[in-house]
Design a protein around this ligand. Structure first.
Ligand SMILES: C[S@@+](CC[C@H](N)C(=O)[O-])C[C@H]1O[C@@H](n2cnc3c(N)ncnc32)[C@H](O)[C@@H]1O
Length: 203
């Protein structure tokens, strides 16, 4: 089994238990791929001050990405967005590395809408078979403002269309607005992998 398939077969608790995840993000190119793509997208599509729900926030990789933007003088950066982080895994929140979130909360997006609505929701690294599935589309739609947008990364395994495979194209609650395949991470056995960056709005 490939490294990526193995990762997607392990339960969330088991997967992150002994993984120095942020170190891996830097080494595997995740920060320069999906995270940088998302901070650019948020900055291009929302005004400073917009409240962002970072679902499956991990150790705060998105917030760290905004700090990196400031360091690189790319425009909106560190504290221009008000970020609330949500994650199902206490270990990830206990080892949080970002310092620019308004709040972090334990939350299972497969079963619950967010406690309030947002104009912008990010879900990076979690639309896959062991994390967040397309039954959560209802919960995401209930958590988005009517004019809100959600951006998610979706892993490509075996060259099949992951949006089709996971049911994101056929669910009733969210419409796909755009999708783009980008370089996402380098795995030990398969080298360069790609993710689809998909943007959704409420149907
Ligand atoms: C690969 S990490 C991504 C972290 C960060 N967003 C990033 O891009 O680096 C996936 C995260 O999804 C979280 N997660 C998995 N299932 C979830 C669920 N049902 N609801 C909320 N978070 C979930 C995991 O605990 C983990 O922190």
């Amino acid at each position: 089994m490939t490294w990526l398939k193995n990762v997607l077969n392990i339960s969330v608790d088991e997967l992150y238990k002994n993984w120095d995840y942020h170190k891996w993000c830097i080494e595997a190119g995740w920060m320069d791929g999906p995270i940088a793509y998302t901070t650019n997208w948020v900055s291009d599509n929302f005004k400073p001050g917009t409240e962002v729900a970072d679902v499956a926030c991990g150790n705060g990789q998105l917030g760290i990405g905004f700090s990196n933007r400031t360091a690189n003088s790319l425009g909106y950066g560190n504290n221009d967005f008000v970020i609330d982080g949500y994650d199902i895994n206490a270990k990830m929140l206990d080892t949080f590395e970002a310092t620019n979130y308004r709040s972090t909360s334990l939350h299972d997006m497969n079963n619950n809408s967010l406690p309030r609505k947002y104009k912008c929701i990010t879900v990076i690294g979690a639309f896959n078979k062991s994390h967040i599935n397309s039954d959560s589309a209802k919960m995401f739609a209930e958590s988005l403002e009517d004019d809100g947008l959600l951006i998610a990364s979706v892993s490509i395994v075996d060259k099949e269309d992951p949006l089709e495979l996971m049911g994101w194209r056929t669910q009733e609650h969210l419409e796909i607005v755009s999708e783009e395949s980008i370089k996402s991470l380098i795995t030990p056995d398969e080298g360069q992998k790609y993710h689809i960056m998909a943007v959704f709005k409420k149907k």
